[in-house]
Write a protein that binds this ligand. Structure first.
Ligand code: ADP
Ligand code: MG
Length: 713
């Protein structure tokens, strides 16, 4: 097991924050002033990187890293596997005289050439076409990856094919941020509020849910080891019925793990803020403070990695899968999203007199329009085999994408539809009835936890993202669809107001455009219970897309509407869009292929043998009892009943084996077969095995049960 990095001592949290990042703080201290300023222009204002400064930055970064124990460096990137990738190179080279010298040039920093042929390209590259490059993203701070004594300087990069096509999740995200910024600035200019604003950025704060299980138990479950989810497991007598886990006291071993993981995250500059128990037993959540989208996305990848790594040190395993256990809640990643100016103004902050805040209402309407027009794409960008276990079940958002606005905003939008809005609903104060407790300011509306896309005060929370997912892709989609609507609204506003409009003309223009937008797109707004069957019927009546599972959703990724959208805003070329589609479908097929193989193997080699042992014991009991001259009708009956359960398992296994043997050249058809034939067969087999589990002698059952996995901490 890897060692822990140096411990945090009392009162050192503030000084430990970011000590392992090559932050602005460090750069300011170490770089020549002109170089630092040049770099800041790239980081803060999005200006192109000056290639002349690379050597100086590299030398300084190398010294800093070596002082802190680094021996290697890596270009750290996010290929389309959905994971991160790194190839380490030593910082030391031979000095030509038999010794070694630390060496790290500007060229080493800015560009590297990993073999691109072994990463998924979704058809962008043939296997023999191997050339690909990583390029330094100077806007995301380099950091030290500590793994016991191995310390590696990790440099965030974008990954591109020799042909210039993005082979990663970061490059499109950066492109989408630029697309949105350009259109947002037009809206700000229209409202005359662009003074001093040179940039608009999108911000993201992703909340991560995960499970922890004991490491020893984990390794006794081949399904967890291979698929990160249990393929079998009878429900324990106690699950989450008592609602006693959410926000409960954090168990000691778990808290020690959390503190340790947070300390590591702090060191690399990930601003983690919140920790708590989640709804299911064994489930937890960690949330950082929000950051600019691409940095939040990088940090989210680091966070998942650190959770997994640190859990090992505490004899635990962190499960990030969307549905590790049937019968209790699954895990998601709430993607909190907003837009902000470089002067620090949150463009989705409604402020006090919201009804007069036309600029806010315009940004709000842009989001509503975007989500309505591209609800199918939002659904498709979070489609994955794992997430299918969550969405649409009564624990996660439904697969129908709708927006929760809350009473205050709904009221204002209704007013805009009628004419000039006159009031903003206020929440007032809440009197707790006990004089020693303070009166509390109350929000103007309640929360709604069933909505997949909820306005939560000054940001939107996209709740349908899966817990294993990188947030880069959903945010790329979100930014691009909102960029399109901002573009549309800016053009409509400019047209309606004309050149140099009077205040009255301007107001009329805004009200007119917003009124039309609200009328056309309010169907996507829904504040009620997203889990109820009534909503499904109502959503169908409203014509909202209901893509029940990933297989239904995947084709949206390559639809003409999607291709045109990404092309128009320079986020993805047609080939790049299609590659994302191919990769998503392929991954689905492969994941289910692995799950079904695992299921078959476990049934044949663990479950049936255990059942036979139990059956033999029963049979022996019958013989022994009869030999002793004692009536054993009961035992015979239970033997018969048990044999029946085993037969049910065998029968179900045959169906799984037969359906799984199918192959198809066409990946979507193959995926459809998995969805329609294999998955139902797997569900039947699971049911039979779970029933069997409740009858086999506990000491014969060949793997840890749910009771142990979920409750031993
Ligand atoms: P909630 O209780 O609504 O979940 P929190 O304040 O705990 O709200 O925030 C949840 C997440 O949302 C945190 O990661 C937080 O940093 C993030 N967040 C807050 N404001 C913004 C914003 N303007 N843009 C993006 N994320 C934000
Ligand atoms: Mg939240």
């Amino acid at each position: 097991m890897p060692d822990a990095p140096p411990p945090i001592t009392a009162g050192s949290m503030d000084t430990i924050f970011g000590v392992d990042t090559f932050s602005k703080h460090v750069m300011q201290k170490r770089l020549p002033k002109a170089v630092y300023k040049s770099l800041l222009r790239t980081i803060d204002h999005g200006e192109p990187l000056d290639p002349h400064i690379a050597d100086i930055v590299a030398a300084s970064m190398k010294d800093w890293a070596v002082e802190r124990g680094a021996t290697h460096f890596t270009h750290w990137f996010q290929p389309l596997t959905g994971l991160t990738a790194e190839k380490h190179d030593s910082l030391v080279s031979p000095d030509g005289m038999g010794g070694g010298i630390y060496n790290f040039s500007g060229a080493d920093l800015t560009q590297s050439e990993p073999d691109a042929s072994s990463f998924p390209s979704g058809g962008l590259r043939a296997t023999f076409e191997a050339r690909g490059y990583t390029a330094w993203d100077a806007t995301s701070p380099a950091f030290l990856n500590r793994h016991g004594t191995a310390v590696t300087l990790s440099i965030p990069t974008g990954f591109v094919s020799w042909t210039g096509e993005a082979l990663d999740t970061k490059i499109p995200l950066l492109r989408s941020m630029e697309a949105l910024a350009k259109q947002a600035i037009r809206i700000l200019q229209f409202f005359g509020s662009d003074g001093g604003i040179t940039r608009v950025v999108t911000t993201v704060g992703p909340e991560q849910e995960y499970f922890l299980v004991d490491r020893e138990l984990f390794y006794k479950r081949p399904d967890l080891v291979t698929c990160e989810r249990t393929l079998f497991g009878a429900r324990p007598p106690k699950g989450q019925q008592l609602d006693d886990h959410y926000f409960g006291a954090i168990p000691a071993r778990v808290l020690a793990f959390m503190a340790d993981a947070e300390a590591e995250l702090f060191r690399v500059g990930v601003p983690v803020k919140t920790r708590h128990n989640e709804v299911a037993p064994g489930q937890y959540e960690i949330a950082p403070l929000f950051e600019t989208s691409h940095i939040a996305s990088d940090h989210q990848m680091v966070l998942m990695e650190i959770l997994r790594r640190v859990a090992e040190r505490h004899g635990l395993k962190a499960l990030l899968h969307e549905k590790p256990f049937a019968g209790v809640n699954g895990s998601g990643k709430h993607n909190n999203w907003s837009m902000a100016t470089d002067t620090g103004v949150n463009l989705l902050d409604p402020q006090d007199d919201t009804h007069t805040n036309m600029q806010f209402l315009t940004f709000l309407c842009a989001v509503i329009r975007a989500v309505d027009i591209h609800a199918d794409l939002l659904r498709a960008c979070i489609a994955a085999a794992g997430n299918d276990h969550r969405l649409g079940a009564n624990e996660a958002p439904p697969a129908i994408i709708s927006i929760f606005l809350g009473d205050m905003l709904t009221d204002i939008l209704n007013q805009v539809e009628q004419g000039l809005p006159k009031r903003t609903l206020k929440g007032g104060m809440l009197d707790l009835g006990a004089s020693t407790l303070p009166d509390l300011p109350r929000h103007s509306g309640d929360r709604n936890r069933t909505s997949p896309f909820a306005f939560t005060g000054n940001k939107f929370e996209f709740r349908a993202v899966g817990s294993t997912a990188s947030v880069a892709w959903p945010n790329t989609v979100l930014n691009t669809i909102v960029a399109e609507s901002l573009d549309y609204l800016a053009s409509e506003l400019e047209k309606a107001a004309g050149a140099n409009p009077s205040a009255a003309r301007m107001q009329a223009a805004v009200l007119g455009v917003l009124k039309k937008t609200i009328k056309e797109h309010k169907r996507v707004c829904f504040d009620g219970d997203g889990y109820s069957p009534d909503w499904h019927a109502e959503a169908a009546r409203r014509g909202l897309p209901h893509l029940r599972d990933s297989v239904d959703a995947f084709p949206v990724l390559k639809a003409k509407k999607t291709v045109d959208l990404f092309k128009k805003y320079g986020v993805l070329t047609k080939a790049e869009v299609e590659s994302r589609y191919h990769i998503a479908v392929e991954k689905y097929v492969k994941q289910l292929g692995i799950e079904v193989e695992m299921m078959i193997t476990m049934t044949r080699t663990m479950i049936l043998p255990a059942a036979l042992r139990h059956q033999t014991l029963l049979a022996a009991a019958v013989t022994a009892t009869e030999n002793a001259g004692v009536d054993c009708d009961d035992t015979v009956k239970s033997l018969e009943a048990f044999a029946g359960l085993v037969t049910a398992v065998r029968t179900a296994l045959v169906v799984v084996e037969t359906t799984a043997a199918h192959d198809d050249d066409d990946p979507l058809r193959h995926a459809t077969h998995f969805r329609s034939k294999v998955r139902p067969a797997m569900a039947t087999l699971r049911e039979a095995v779970d029933e069997l589990e409740t009858h086999v002698a506990a000491d014969l059952w060949p793997m840890p049960t749910y009771r142990e996995l979920l409750f031993l901490k």
